[in-house]
Design a binder for this molecule. Structure first.
Ligand code: NAP
Ligand code: G4F
Length: 330
């Protein structure tokens, strides 16, 4: 029998990679999108005809119930969220509505429509925040440092609670930062690789960034969506840290990205206080031993490969967008 998966956040980075993976696995994939005056579906345009879209919003309970009733999924992946940390200080209430209460709305809809549905929640290493121990694993205490991180802790604990209260197969992947050429332009990896491409094309000469000392455990999004799927195929519902086990500073990210284009980041990167955060997460480093042991999950793409893939993709994108020859200055 064909299995059906409903993905919230299908228009986002992870949603697009997960949809590709599930289609390859033979699933009927249903993506939930919210109404917008523009399409906003660039990341899934290449999957046109291979998936079904239903309208729904994490703010609207009735729409979630209807999305479940109409699609009858065996698995639900809740990837939708207000996912940009700085915005969570500007819009803390909205972030809580989407990223925290949205999880309650979706789990309540599952309880009402079909409690046998398996549920994946996109939890985050931002929940660890100001870490006292390193590396971080499933037993590391949470100390979130932003309204986003706090909202993710709520969604995470609620997922545990619905598993314990109602026996729903509800699990969380505590994913560390994962990136790709489809990453939003405001996140630091993509901001840097897009900046390299723009500098190389002669469109600008500088890139303004915030805290270059911050350390992140960066992996490739394509590897992380495989872990999400594996978690829902598990015999027992369990939460997992998903990470590479390597950490790098934003400065190292700049070094690798600029060097790949034959540039020295020190000639272009300017530290700008405008991009500093009210409270920073200085260091993240994940220990994915449990995922390796139980799920056989291992990341395939290294930090260097990831950054180079993103630089190449941004340069190719600009080559296509600019008049012939204009993107190959220097
Ligand atoms: P993303 O690219 O920002 O995508 C977010 C998705 O959520 C978009 O499809 C967006 O739709 C949708 N969305 C936002 N608000 C919604 C609402 N009210 N109702 C329905 N849909 C809504 O995020 P991502 O990087 O793919 O991350 C996926 C999930 O993993 C998020 O929950 C994120 O917080 C979490 N996470 C990400 C990382 C990472 O490093 N990428 C790490 C840990 C956890 P529109 O296109 O309409 O805006
Ligand atoms: O790329 P970022 O904005 O990602 P952040 O805040 O770590 O959050 C991402 O990963 C989380 C998982 O841990 C997800 F849950 C979340 O949804 C999101 O996907 O920033 C990374 C680091 C930060 O320390 C930030 O201060 O880069 C530093 N940084 C330095 N300059 C910058 C900049 N970040 C951004 N966005 N822009 C800068 O100019």
């Amino acid at each position: 029998m064909t299995r059906t998966a409903l993905i919230t956040g299908i228009t986002g980075q992870d949603g697009s990679y997960l949809a590709e993976l599930l289609i390859e696995q033979g699933y009927h994939v249903v993506g939930m999108t919210r109404r917008s005056s523009t399409s906003g579906q660039e990341r899934i345009a290449h999957l046109d005809g291979q998936l079904e879209l239903v309208q729904g919003d994490l703010l609207d309970q009735a729409s979630l119930v209807e999305a479940l009733r109409s699609s009858k999924p065996h698995e639900v992946y809740n990837l939708a969220a207000q996912s940009f940390v700085p915005t969570s200080w500007n819009q803390p209430v909205l972030t809580g509505e989407f990223t925290a209460l949205g999880v309650t709305r979706l789990l309540e809809a599952i309880r009402q429509v079909d409690p046998t549905i398996r549920f994946y929640q996109a939890s985050s290493s931002e929940m660890f925040g100001q870490v006292q121990v390193s590396p971080q694993d499933e037993s590391t205490p949470f100390h979130p440092r932003s309204p986003y991180g706090v909202a993710k802790v709520y969604g995470h604990l609620l997922t545990v609670n619905y598993r314990e209260s109602y026996g729903i197969f509800a699990v969380s992947g505590i994913c560390f930062n994962h990136e790709s050429p489809r990453r939003g332009l405001e996140f630091v990896t993509r901001k840097v690789t897009d900046g390299v491409a723009r500098i190389k094309a002669g469109l600008t000469d500088e890139l303004r960034l915030g805290n270059l000392a911050a350390q992140r455990d960066w992996g490739f999004a394509g590897d992380y969506v495989r872990a999400m799927w594996l978690m829902l195929q598990n015999d027992e519902p369990r939460d997992y840290v998903i990470a590479t086990g390597h950490t790098h500073t934003v400065r190292e990210l700049c070094e690798v990205a600029f060097a790949h284009a034959g540039l020295d980041y020190r000639d272009h990167v300017i530290e700008d206080a405008k991009y500093l955060r009210p409270a920073e997460v200085d260091h993240l480093l994940g220990d994915a031993s449990r995922a390796r042991a139980d799920l056989g999950w291992n990341p395939q793409v290294s930090f260097q490969e990831l950054v180079q893939m993103m630089v190449d993709a941004d340069r190719a994108r600009l080559e296509r967008a600019l008049p012939a020859g204009a993107a190959s200055v220097g």
